[in-house]
Write a protein that binds this ligand. Structure first.
Ligand code: NAI
Length: 328
C-alpha cells in the first residue's frame, strides 16, 4: 500500500521508516487545496498539525481514492471530522506519545521567563555581569493553575508540585488521576488565584479564545501565562493589550493562532508579514518557540511506532483501536 507523507522534514524521514507493507513517499509540501492532487494513487496520506485537512481537501482526496488520513500528532483540530465521516475517509492519530515532552517544555518556558535566562546569557557573552533586570521569584509556594487535566496537564502538575507549587486544575471532565495531583476548582477560581496559568486543553469551539479580554481581567495582575497547547486558545490581540497594561507579567508560547504560515519553516531571509506576531516579539517578558514542545527523540520514536501500528491496522481493515477517530 502507498502512503504520501506531507509536510515532511528531515527528522520525519529519519523516524518514519521501516513501514512493512507500506511504501512511503515524502513530500515537502503542506497538504492543502493546491497540493492535494499529489495524493493521486496513494491509499493514505500522513499529515501534521499545520496541514489543511478541510472539506475541500478531503473531497479531493476522496476523488483520488485516498481512504485514510493518518495524523502524526495528537491534536486533530485541523481535520474536518464530519466531512471525513461523510466521505468515508478513515482518520487516525497518535493520541499519546510523550506527555513529558510537552509538560517539560512548558516548565522550560516558566523557568526561562522567571529567571531571565536568555537575557542573562546575552549579558554574560558581552562581559556584562550586572544583575539589574534579572530579578526572579521563588516558584516554591506559588500557585500554578492548569487548564485541562489530561495526560500533559498531569505531567505538568507533577513537575510544578516538585517545585513546591500549589497546583489547581480546571477540567469539565475531571479524572481521578488528576485529583490526586491538583485541587479541582472552578475556572473563575483558577483565574483569580493562579500566579502561573498553563493551558493543556484541546482547541474546540468551546475553548476557542478561552483567554480573552474578559478572562484576562479576572487573572492576577502580573500573571505568567503559558500556552503549549494550541494557538487558538488565546485571543492574541487581547493578550497584547494585557502585556501593555501589565496584567500579564510573563508570556510563554509554543503555539500561535496564525502559526501555519510561520512555524516549521526557515523564513529568516524574508520580511515578517504578521504584524501581531511582530508586536509580540517586541516584549522583553515574552518568550516564543515554534511549536517544538513535542520535539524529543522519545516522542518522535513513539509517533512513528503508533503511526505504523495505525497503518497496519487500517491495512487489515481493523479501525477499532484508540488511535482511530473515524473508522474504516
Ligand atoms: P488529553 O486528551 O489527555 O487531555 C485534555 C484534557 O482537556 C482532558 O482532560 C479534557 O477533559 C480537558 N478539557 C476538554 N475541554 C476542556 C475545557 N473546556 N476546559 C478545560 N479542560 C478541558 O490531551 P493531552 O495529551 O493532555 O494534550 C492536551 C493538548 O496539548 C492537545 O489537545 C494538543 O492541542 C496539545 N499538544 C501540543 C503539543 C505541542 O507540541 N505544543 C504536542 C501535543 C499536544
Amino acid at each position: 500500500m502507498r502512503l504520501a507523507v506531507f509536510n515532511a522534514k528531515g527528522y520525519d524521514r529519519l523516524y518514519l521508516d521501516h513501514f512493512a507493507d507500506w511504501q512511503l513517499t515524502f513530500f515537502d509540501a503542506h497538504l492543502n487545496e493546491q497540493s492535494a492532487p499529489l495524493a493521486a494513487g496513494f491509499d493514505a496520506v500522513c499529515c501534521f498539525v499545520n496541514d489543511v485537512v478541510n472539506v475541500a481537501v478531503l473531497e479531493q482526496l476522496s476523488e483520488r481514492g485516498v481512504g485514510l488520513v493518518a495524523m502524526r500528532c495528537a491534536g486533530f483540530n485541523n481535520v474536518d471530522i464530519a466531512a471525513a465521516r461523510r466521505l468515508g475517509i478513515a482518520v487516525c492519530r497518535v493520541p499519546e506519545y510523550s506527555p513529558y515532552a510537552v509538560a517539560e517544555h512548558a516548565a522550560a518556558l516558566v523557568l526561562d521567563l522567571n529567571r531571565h535566562i536568555r537575557r542573562a546569557y546575552a549579558r554574560v557573552r558581552e562581559q556584562d555581569y550586572s544583575l539589574d533586570g534579572l530579578l526572579g521569584f521563588d516558584l516554591h509556594g506559588k500557585t500554578a493553575g492548569i487548564i485541562g487535566g489530561g495526560k500533559i496537564g498531569q505531567a505538568f502538575a507533577r513537575i510544578m508540585n516538585g517545585f513546591g507549587c500549589r497546583t489547581l486544575v480546571y477540567d469539565p471532565a475531571p479524572s481521578a488521576a488528576m485529583a490526586v495531583l491538583a485541587e479541582a476548582v472552578s475556572i473563575e477560581r483558577l483565574w483569580a488565584e493562579s500566579d502561573i496559568v498553563s493551558l493543556h486543553c484541546p482547541l474546540l469551539e468551546a475553548t476557542h479564545h478561552l483567554v480573552n479580554a474578559d478572562t484576562l481581567a479576572q487573572m492576577k495582575p502580573g500573571v505568567m501565562l503559558i500556552n503549549t497547547s494550541r494557538g487558538g486558545l488565546i485571543d492574541t490581540r487581547a493578550v497584547i493589550a494585557a502585556l501593555k497594561s501589565g496584567r500579564i507579567g510573563y508570556l510563554g508560547l509554543d503555539v500561535y493562532e496564525e502559526e501555519a504560515d510561520l512555524f516549521f519553516n526557515d523564513l529568516s531571509d524574508g520580511i515578517l508579514q504578521d504584524d501581531v506576531f511582530a508586536r509580540l516579539l517586541t516584549f522583553p517578558n515574552v518568550v516564543i518557540t515554534g511549536h517544538q514542545a513535542f520535539f524529543t527523540r522519545e516522542a518522535l520514536a513513539e509517533i512513528a511506532r503508533v503511526t505504523r501500528q495505525n497503518l497496519q491496522a487500517y491495512a487489515r481493515g481493523d479501525c477499532s483501536g484508540s488511535g482511530f477517530i473515524v473508522g474504516c
